[in-house]
Design a protein around this ligand. Structure first.
Ligand code: FE2
Length: 184
């Protein structure tokens, strides 16, 4: 089993909830308002809320529709990170971490697509959803606790301004203008 498969297979992320809360609070402190970093943090919150909405949906149709919203959001967020933020991580001395970041997101996309093949009210579906939620929570922790903090610290002001513009552009290209207004 690869490391990525293990991460997907584990329902509970390896780090504690307290560690994740602490990392997020620190990231919030250093992320400049309106920056790519702050936008990414806001999108992470939206993703968490979208997971919760799928879990809470009671009927077949409600769950499918919440799942669609989650998948769209995950894809829009991943596209923006993969097109703009991860390449910048790689060019700022984090090639290994960047590779892992791409792999984890690709695994999450595959697993999320696999939800479509399951009965939304089945136990298998609920299990898979929790697996994906755990894997995404761990990935988000890596971004908020280490990867994005390093990029924020190492990139020049000019680069950060470009990342902000490009990250927003890519997210809006997929999600539409309203999405960014809602996340701001
Ligand atoms: Fe992210």
């Amino acid at each position: 089993m690869s490391l990525i498969d293990k991460a997907i297979a584990a329902v509970t992320p390896p780090e504690s909830k307290a560690a994740r809360t602490k990392a997020r609070a620190k990231a919030r402190e250093i992320a400049t308002p309106g920056s790519w970093f702050e936008m990414a943090l806001n999108q992470h919150l939206e993703i968490e809320a979208a997971f919760e909405a799928v879990k809470k949906a009671k009927t077949h149709d409600a769950r499918r529709s919440a799942q669609k919203r989650l998948a769209t959001l995950l894809t829009g967020h991943a596209i923006a990170e993969e097109a703009v933020i991860y390449p910048a991580m790689a060019s700022h001395g984090e090639k290994m971490r960047t590779e892992l970041a791409y792999q984890e997101q690709s695994a999450a996309k595959g697993e999320t697509a696999a939800l479509e093949e399951l009965d939304p009210l089945s136990e298998d579906y609920a299990d898979k959803l929790e697996h994906i939620r755990g894997a995404v929570a761990h990935h988000v922790y890596e971004e908020e606790g280490t990867w994005f903090v390093k990029l924020h610290e190492n990139a020049s002001a000019e680069t950060k301004a470009r990342l902000t513009r490009r990250f927003k552009e890519e997210f809006v290209r997929y999600m539409g203008e309203d999405a960014i207004r809602a996340a701001a």
